[in-house]
Design a protein around this ligand. Structure first.
Ligand SMILES: [Zn+2]
Length: 192
């Protein structure tokens, strides 16, 4: 089976079904990086994202659904010391309340809901394009920085990669590896 290359999910059976039948829609596929392979400054995707999701009825209001799933892939970031590309595997999970609100707009909208004090995904059409959401969920879990290896020697003041040319190091370059007050910031990772 050739995996699909988008993230269009048809929720019509959920919208139609009476309670007890077709209470769940499971879909999975690949999502091409496409023109949006650039997910942040200096960060891009090398290959398609793998995603899966399950949408189900809540059992309460007929217009309310739950969706959960995961999106996996490899982000490519520049090493924070020597700037070579570093592949970083990322797996992000998500869970949202979804609400059907009739509209001609096929996009899903992340709306604030004061009643439940969290964001609700509103969709207006039975076929929902999850691609923007999946990309966003993935991007949030990409670390801010990466290292090509723990002992990366970085660049010399002349811009020479000292991993490849350690002989190019000068006493001045040794000085650049003295921990700066901001060094710890490089290891910060955004948690959601
Ligand atoms: Zn490096």
């Amino acid at each position: 089976m050739v995996a699909r290359r988008d993230a269009l999910v048809n929720l019509a059976s959920l919208l139609r079904s009476t309670r007890g039948s077709d209470d769940e829609v499971f879909e999975e596929g690949l999502l091409e990086p496409g023109e949006e392979s650039q997910i942040a400054d200096d960060v891009h995707l090398a290959e398609p994202l793998e995603w899966s999701l399950t949408a189900r009825r809540t059992g309460g209001d007929d217009e309310d659904f739950l969706v959960d799933g995961s999106v996996r892939g490899t982000a490519v970031l520049p090493c924070r010391r020597c700037l070579v590309d570093v592949p970083v595997d990322v797996e992000a999970e998500f869970f949202y309340l979804m609400r059907h609100r009739q509209s001609d707009d096929p996009a899903i909208v992340l709306a604030e809901d004061d009643d439940v004090a969290e964001d609700v995904l509103e969709f207006g059409q039975p076929v929902v394009d999850f691609a923007p959401l999946l990309r966003q969920v993935f991007a949030i879990d990409v670390p801010l920085t990466a290292l090509c290896r723990e002992d990366c020697k970085g660049l010399s003041l002349d811009g020479v990669n000292l991993n490849e040319h350690p002989e190019a190091a000068t006493p001045a370059d040794e000085g650049t590896r003295t921990p700066s007050p901001f060094a710890a910031l490089g290891d910060l990772k955004v948690e959601d």
